[in-house]
Write a protein that binds this ligand. Structure first.
Ligand code: NOJ
Length: 563
């Protein structure tokens, strides 16, 4: 293979994300657990994935489903014990699977002992672990909070007559990275997990950790668009570099930062190998495509355009063409289901669009991330009633609107497509009650379409199922390293129906054709001789036009050709 390629296991691997609460319940409490993941390891291995990213499994009061951690070195009761965790890790190692944990250190839970101490008195040794604003200085300068009913990131705390900062819920106080002791605590807990043998971290809102602790008034340009401000902290790169040098560089591990607010122009500051910070990060440009400007959770009325979808991916591919490395995802636990959002989950188009989108993620440069259930084409549940929603984000935004006399019907219509709960419904294993997820009522309703073929057991037996296509396509990525390392070239740039690109590696060139159309399409690419092209994979029957430069695709068809 080409010299200077800098091959890495985390570039070649496929990631499978597990939301443990929703994966498999073995104790009968309606909540998934670690033993459930262990039970399903052979299945996970059979998919052809290499790395599991686990959403937080640490001790937590679950205000935000584990993203509010009260003990970074213990396992959440509901999920099991440290012995279960050790067994999971051992089971994964036996099968050659790597484990990436979630690192949530922009904030902790208010029930963490650091915060319990910090709020006791102004001279408590832990006081400076969090951001406090003494009330005698007046009302603190405006900071916006994601999950606060009033949208206010400052919470007044009577005991010490001061406000603490919480970018997320009132139970998620922000840690003060400016305090070197906090940074040492974080590096030490990372080491604790690395010493156990974990293979990396996905770092929650890592772009938000550095703050100007003088809290200047927010410049006007950020009014209503706070994310770019939050992600541009003065010492962010100093901290990431320090973390790298203190811990990351000592292990053969991978890191992927969750990086809202980071754009093309500053992307390489995080992942240029010479800077020694992170390996990859998630950007949110694609996730913004169907959202109102600056509104992470509000959908636009107009549908997104394929040319815009292509542009996002082409621009980001170009940024990492020579340095750094990208990450590819279409959904996760914070965004609606892939096939419902980017494909078409109607009965007619569900199969082809789900497999077409799998083909896309597995044929682009950048490490592909799949969210549990994506391999069987799980869809949005679209709850009608606010009482069905469990997510603090939906519930608190509903409360805000209720208090302000807003349009609640319109809100629910939005949540049906946009809510995070769409991506959190229980995994659909089989046709038994609760889709084989649990023997009791699950913590979040199961999507009833498990009875209509969207479940693992039924798809195991169907040769052309979404599940079996996923396996084949994951194998294709392994068999053709050009799909991992090859350069990317966009074709048919202005076309609104077909996404076409080639991947070239040394002498080899592959062509990827993806239809995003509900009707049959015929297109021409002058430079390609389809008579000579050799089919590698397709999710539907191939129809040859018999012409040199012309191809035809069925609705949502995907094809890869070797040229
Ligand atoms: C991003 C996580 O992905 C999300 O689920 C969580 O609510 C926030 N960060 C706060 O930790």
């Amino acid at each position: 293979m080409k010299k200077g390629l800098n091959r890495q296991w985390w570039k070649e691997g496929v990631v499978y994300q597990i939301y443990p609460r929703s994966f498999q319940d073995t104790t009968g409490n309606g909540v998934g657990d670690i033993k459930g993941i262990i039970k399903r390891l052979d299945y996970i291995k059979s998919l052809g994935v290499d790395i599991i990213w686990l959403n937080p499994i640490y001790e937590s009061p679950n205000d935000d489903n584990g993203y509010d951690i009260s003990d970074y070195r213990n396992i959440m009761h509901e999920f099991g014990t440290m012995a279960d965790f050790d067994a999971l890790l051992a089971g994964m190692k036996e099968r050659g699977l790597k484990l990436v944990m979630d690192l949530v250190v922009n904030h902790s839970s208010d029930e963490h002992k650091w915060f319990q101490e910090s709020r006791k008195s102004r001279n408590n040794p832990y006081r400076d672990y969090y951001h406090w604003w003494p009330a005698e200085k007046g009302t603190p300068p405006k900071r916006w909070s994601y999950f606060d009913v009033k949208g206010n990131a400052w919470q007044y705390d009577k005991t010490t007559d001061a406000y603490y900062l919480h970018y997320f819920s009132v139970k998620q106080p922000d840690l003060k990275w400016e305090n070197p002791k906090v940074r040492q605590e974080v590096y030490s807990l990372m080491e604790f997990w690395f010493e156990k043998g974990v293979d990396g971290f996905r770092m929650d809102v890592i772009s938000f950790i550095s703050k100007d602790s003088d809290f200047p008034e927010l410049p006007e340009v950020y009014d209503g668009k706070f994310i770019p401000f939050y992600s541009d902290g003065p010492k962010l790169h100093e901290y990431l570099h320090e973390m790298n040098q203190s811990v990351l560089s000592k292990y053969d591990i991978m890191t992927v930062g969750e990086a809202p607010g980071i754009g093309l122009d500053n992307a390489l500051d995080f992942v240029d190998e010479n800077r020694k910070e992170l390996n990859m990060f998630f950007h949110f440009e694609l996730m913004a495509l169907d959202r109102k400007e600056g509104k992470t959770f509000e959908m636009t009325k107009e549908p997104w355009k394929l040319t815009a979808f292509k542009k996002v991916h082409s621009d980001w591919d170009a940024v990492f063409a020579e340095k750094g490395w990208g990450s590819m995802f279409l959904n996760n636990h914070d965004f609606p289901r892939t096939v419902s959002r980017w494909g078409n989950d109607s009965k007619t188009h569900w199969h082809n669009s789900a497999t077409m989108l799998q083909t896309f993620l597995l044929s682009m440069r950048g490490t592909p991330y799949f969210h549990y259930g994506e391999e069987i084409g799980m869809t949005n549940i679209r709850f009608n009633n606010i009482t069905d929603y469990q997510d603090i984000n939906t519930i608190n935004r509903y409360k805000t609107l209720e208090q302000n006399g807003g349009d609640l019907e319109e809100f629910i219509a939005n949540e049906k497509d946009a809510s995070r709960d769409n991506a959190r419904t229980p995994m659909q294993w089989d046709t038994s009650e609760n889709a084989g997820f649990s023997q009791t009522k699950p913590w979040l309703k199961v999507n009833t379409n498990y009875e209509e073929g969207i479940n693992v057991a039924s798809q195991e037996t169907e040769k052309n199922s979404v599940l079996n296509y996923f396996r084949q396509m994951a194998q294709v990525r392994k068999d053709y390293p050009a799909l991992v390392y090859g350069s990317y070239q966009l074709l048919l740039q202005a076309d609104e129906e077909v996404y076409a690109y080639s991947r070239t590696f040394e002498e080899e060139r592959y062509l990827v054709l993806l239809s995003f159309s509900t009707t049959k399409t015929t297109k021409t690419i002058d430079e390609i001789d389809f008579k000579q092209a050799e089919l590698v994979i397709s999710n539907d029957e191939i129809y040859t036009t018999g012409q040199v430069n012309t191809f035809e695709l069925k609705p949502y068809q995907a094809c890869i050709y070797k040229l």
